[in-house]
Write a protein of this length. Structure first.
Length: 313
């Protein structure tokens, strides 16, 4: 199969018929085989009934229905597991992403050889205060921490080589940082393409302010895990040792002062409590590193590495 379109959705019953008809028209013009996987993330409207009707009229349309709302990352992860196409393209169900971008996104993977192509909505129709400004902050932080030069990490319109989606796991709010997950998994050919952003035609946005806090927390998580997930002692041990040495040096200074000066008031000095604090924090960090190493070594995933090729093994 040439193309899989994965569409996560929540309460989008009005847009689904128009979206799927548009996708089918574009791909049929390219004479490619395809499937559309619509992932219903716990909709409370008639989205699933619409998906069932669409599937009956077009066998290329498939559906996955969650019993409750798990979030966009979970929907994408299940869609990626079910995908059979050589190229996987994701888009939102609200008609703000244009299916007319599909041919170029497909070509950039198959012909140009990219692993991942992320859309860049250079001109947006969202509210500048609630979406545009926070998105710029997210993107700047993601670029800084990952070294991936993309303008719009969170764009729902992306295309992937099949190897990419089969090598990553998307959870929490990690859908915003899939390019980082891909780079972490060893896929370096990542680029972007300016895509059309359309004004919402039906309904209202499903995202609230809490997504901004969750997004930054997940960015911190992925930055830490990508660097120290297999070697937590390198993080906790380093800072634990530094804290302990600072506290120990302060205690030596106080001890020498007590020996040299007869009326040296040890417990009346801030340095006394500072040295105790630093040494306690240092020991706690060091022990946290040991515990993390024990958990890591006994984890079933401790030696789960992504191997691209093997020779004579």
């Amino acid at each position: 199969m040439d193309i899989t379109i994965v569409v996560p959705l929540l309460n989008e019953e009005e847009s689904l018929p128009e979206l799927t008809e548009w996708i089918a028209r574009v791909i049929n013009e390219q004479q490619k085989s395809y499937e559309v996987i619509l992932v219903d993330d716990g909709s409370t409207d008639n989205s699933w009934q619409v998906i069932e009707q669409l599937s009956q009229s077009n066998p290329c349309i498939k559906g996955i229905k969650f019993q409750r709302n798990y979030g966009k990352s979970a929907a994408l992860n299940e869609g990626f597991k079910a995908a059979k196409g050589d190229v996987i393209i994701t888009m939102d169900a609200d008609l703000q992403d244009s299916p007319d971008e599909i041919p170029d996104l497909y070509k950039m993977i198959v012909v140009d050889g990219f692993d991942l192509v992320s859309g860049w909505k250079k001109k947006r129709f969202d509210n500048k205060l609630t979406k545009n400004l926070p998105s710029k902050l997210f993107n700047a932080a993601a670029r800084k921490s990952s070294g991936i030069k993309l303008h719009d990490f969170n764009c729902g319109l992306k295309s992937y080589n099949k190897k990419v989606v089969k090598s990553i796991e998307v959870y929490g709010e990690m859908h915003r940082y899939i390019p980082i997950l891909a780079k972490w998994a060893g896929f370096r050919k990542i680029t972007e393409k300016v895509v059309e952003h359309r004004a919402r035609k039906y309904g209202v946005t499903k995202f609230g302010w809490d997504r901004f806090v969750n997004g930054f927390l997940d960015l911190a998580t992925i930055s830490f895990v990508s660097r120290f997930g297999k070697r937590p002692m390198h993080f906790f041990g380093l800072y634990g040792t530094l804290c302990f040495l600072i506290g120990f040096a302060m205690s030596i200074y106080l001890f020498i002062g007590k020996l040299v000066v007869a009326d040296f008031a040890l417990t009346n000095r801030p340095a006394f409590y500072g040295s105790l604090t630093f040494m306690i924090i240092g020991m706690q960090l060091f022990l946290a590193g040991f515990v993390a190493e024990l958990i890591n070594r006994n984890s079933t995933e401790r030696n789960n590495y992504l191997i691209e090729k093997k020779l004579g093994v």
